[in-house]
Every structure is written in C-alpha cells, then in structure tokens.
Design a protein around this ligand. Structure first.
Ligand SMILES: C[S@@+](CC[C@H](N)C(=O)[O-])C[C@H]1O[C@@H](n2cnc3c(N)ncnc32)[C@H](O)[C@@H]1O
Length: 390
C-alpha cells in the first residue's frame, strides 16, 4: 500500500511543493493528491497558496475570537445596561435579536466571523472541484485498501434534517463529494490552527469512561464524520474493534483515506445512528461528539435509544457536545453567541439541542445517568455519562 509520508520522505520531487502530485500521477506513479507531507498528522494542502490562504484565515479568526469577541462582549453589556437588563439575565431568542442584531459592533463581529467561515470552506472546495477526478480517485483507491473497512449504503434514504448546510459548509455533509476534505481543513481554522495532531479528538478519546468491569472489546463512535475521533479511540483502545458510523458518504469516504494513510485499523459504516445495523448488546462503549446539537430532538432521542440497544449490559454511553448536562450557558452574551451560531452559521438544530433534557432522555431510554462523569471539553462542566444496567 502506498504511504504518502514515506513517498514524501523518499522523493526529492515530492518534497518540492506545488503540482508535483498531479505530474507524478500523470506519469502513472501512485496517486497522491496532497504530496506536501503533514503538519502534525494533518495533511498539508497541495499548494502553498492554498495553505497561505488558510493560514491567513486562521490568523484572522484568532483576531475575531479574541479582540472582536471582547469588543462584542463589552458592547453586549453596554446594550443590556442601557436597557436596564441585568448582565446575567437569561435572554429569549426574540429579545436577543431585538437588542443585539441592529447594533453595528455586534454586526461587525457576526459578519467578520461569518465571512472567514465562508472563505475557509471555499478555499478547499474550489480546489477540490478543480481537480475532481484526482480527489475522487484517491477516495476510490482507499475504498479498496486496508487496514479497516468502509460499508456504504447507496439505498439509504436521507431524512431532510441531515441535508442542511450545517456551519455554512457548502453542500453540507452529504451534498458535496469532497465534504470530508473541506471539513478537515476548515476545521483546523476553526480550532485556530490548533488541531494539527487531532488534539481535540485525542483528548476526547482519552476522557471516555470505561465499563466497571474494565472490558472494552468493541467501541462505537456515532456520527463519526471523517473519523478523527474514531481513530483516536483505536489509539486509546488498541485491542478493541472500533467502529464509526455516519450518515454522510462523502465524510466516510475521506475518513477511509485518512485511516488507510495512517495505517489505523478502524471500521466505518454509512447509516443513520438512530437506525443502525449493529446487533443488540454488542458494544462496550458507545460515544459521540458534536452530534446532538446538529440533529433534531427526534433524531437525538433515536440516537440515545440506539446507543442503549446496541450497548451490552454494563456498557457505557458517553455523549460529548458544546455542553452536556443541566448547566446550560444562559448569560445574555452566550445567548447572543448561540443565536449567532443558529442564524449566521446555519446551526439549524442548536436551539433544539439547548432545549433538550439530555439526562432526562437518557434516563427515559433506560440508562443509569451520572451527571458528573469525566470532563471532556476544556472549560466546560463535568460531562454526562450513562450506563446500561447490568
Ligand atoms: C460535527 S460532525 C462530528 C464530528 C466528529 N464526531 C468528531 O469528533 O470529529 C457531525 C457529523 O454527524 C453526522 N450526522 C448528522 N446526523 C446524523 C445521523 N442522524 N446519523 C449519523 N450521522 C449523522 C454528520 O454527517 C457529521 O459528519
């Protein structure tokens, strides 16, 4: 199996940045469309100008997240004071929009943020479509290679709720064949350039609690996207059979590229996490990350029920998201940020997630709930976890 990193190390031609891969490809050498090696374990973009564009976006995003964010927070407090509203008062969506949306400082924050978000996706999307055949070939090639597996379901009927352009990613997860590539490189901008090693996913995998009897033979990540966390779970539990499922074929096809490239033995399945093909009482650990705030309440209930069904007695369910548990962000500024995410980042289901009683739903499904499980996300409270009664 061709490994792009060893190719890079052994080939002077590949070390020269630029269109080397396409030339190499034309000569009939093994396909590698992103031949510039890796930054950490993040594949570098195929050309310097693309990487520079993403670097600029990353730097600008840091400015937005720090300076502009502070300015917006200060302005938010001024608006509240001017309207006689206590700073920590929970605001309704309607009041948030009425007070914040017309203000120029808040608008500056929102639209600078929105525009970098659009630009960071577009950089990779445009490039991938210009070289569509090569990107397709890479994914097709990975389908036939090991380690691990990918089962796609061409007959899967996609419910309308999964078709939104969540976080204004063009085409969303299911509508652009290169969604996986777009997601990976955009995500690194979102993390302010701090996810070169899949750092976030590795931290989450390390936080996952294990069943009381210590047995971890099979692990599932629901809504696994491009498999970064699935692969991190395999590193955490090297002897376990590790699975990731996701509704979106484009994300899974790129997950397979990454897993083959990194030589990590994980398995991917295209399906709705709420209607899985996995057997009952099968997994020791089921977890997910950033899935619930991107699905409907009905979807979330189904996903919890399916986690319960597929876990074996004593198995552990560990959902991670922007927040879990009852301590939901409620200050006016966090309400403003939630609204901004909903309205300007096409996070269509975010408000439904905020209203969801996650622990209550987990209890209804049959889980014994511990509201103070291991903390997953830095800066948030303890994470909720559930155990299927033995
Ligand atoms: C934010 S991403 C998940 C990120 C990933 N868990 C990680 O930690 O790197 C959300 C993923 O959920 C998938 N998804 C949304 N609804 C789904 C459903 N009902 N069943 C399975 N996957 C779903 C999307 O296709 C997308 O890839």
């Amino acid at each position: 199996m061709f490994q792009r990193r060893s190719f890079l190390l052994s080939s002077a031609a590949a070390a020269a940045a630029g269109l080397t891969a396409f030339k190499a490809n034309a000569k009939g050498l093994p396909l590698d469309i992103e031949p510039r090696g890796t930054n950490g374990i993040l594949e570098r973009l195929p050309r310097v100008d693309l990487e520079s564009a993403q670097d600029f976006m990353t730097g600008y995003r840091v400015f937005i997240n720090q300076e502009l964010n502070r300015a917006a927070m200060t302005r938010c407090n001024e608006i509240l004071k001017a309207n006689g509203i206590p700073l920590d008062a929970p605001l309704s969506m309607e009041d948030t929009v009425k007070l914040m949306a017309p203000d120029p400082t808040m608008g500056l924050y929102i639209h600078n943020w929105e525009n970098t978000q659009r630009a960071m996706w577009a950089t990779v999307q445009v490039e991938a479509h210009k070289n569509a055949d090569a990107y397709m070939d890479e994914m097709d090639g990975a389908m036939k290679a090991g380690p691990g597996s990918l089962e796609l379901d061409s007959k899967l009927v996609l419910p309308p709720y999964v078709k939104h352009e969540i976080h204004i990613q063009p085409g969303g997860y299911v509508g652009d064949p290169f969604a996986g590539y777009i997601y990976l490189h955009g995500q690194n901008v979102v993390f302010s350039g701090g996810n070169f090693q899949d750092n976030a996913q590795i931290n989450f995998a390390n936080a996952v609690p294990t069943p009381a009897d210590g047995k971890v033979g099979r692990v599932l990540e629901q809504g696994c996207s491009i498999g970064q966390l699935t692969m991190a779970l395999k590193l955490r539990f090297p002897k376990a059979e590790v699975w990731g499922d996701d509704v979106a074929a484009p994300m899974l096809r790129y997950a397979k590229v990454l897993a083959v490239d990194r030589g990590i033995d994980v398995n991917f399945m295209q399906q709705l996490s709420e209607q899985s093909k996995f057997p009952t009482n099968h997994f020791d650990v089921v977890m997910n990350n950033l899935l619930f705030h991107e699905v409907t309440t009905e979807g979330a209930r189904g996903i919890i029920a399916e986690a319960y069904r597929t876990l074996r007695p004593g198995g552990v369910f560990y959902p991670i998201d922007l927040f879990t548990g009852s301590a939901k962000p409620s200050s006016a500024y966090s309400q403003f940020r939630a609204w901004q995410d909903y309205r300007w980042n096409s996070e269509v289901w975010r408000m439904e997630y905020t209203a969801l009683d996650l622990e209550g739903e987990m209890r209804k499904a049959g889980f014994i709930v511990n509201e103070k499980g291991p903390t997953a996300r830095r800066g948030t409270d303890r994470n909720v976890m559930g155990t299927k009664p033995a």
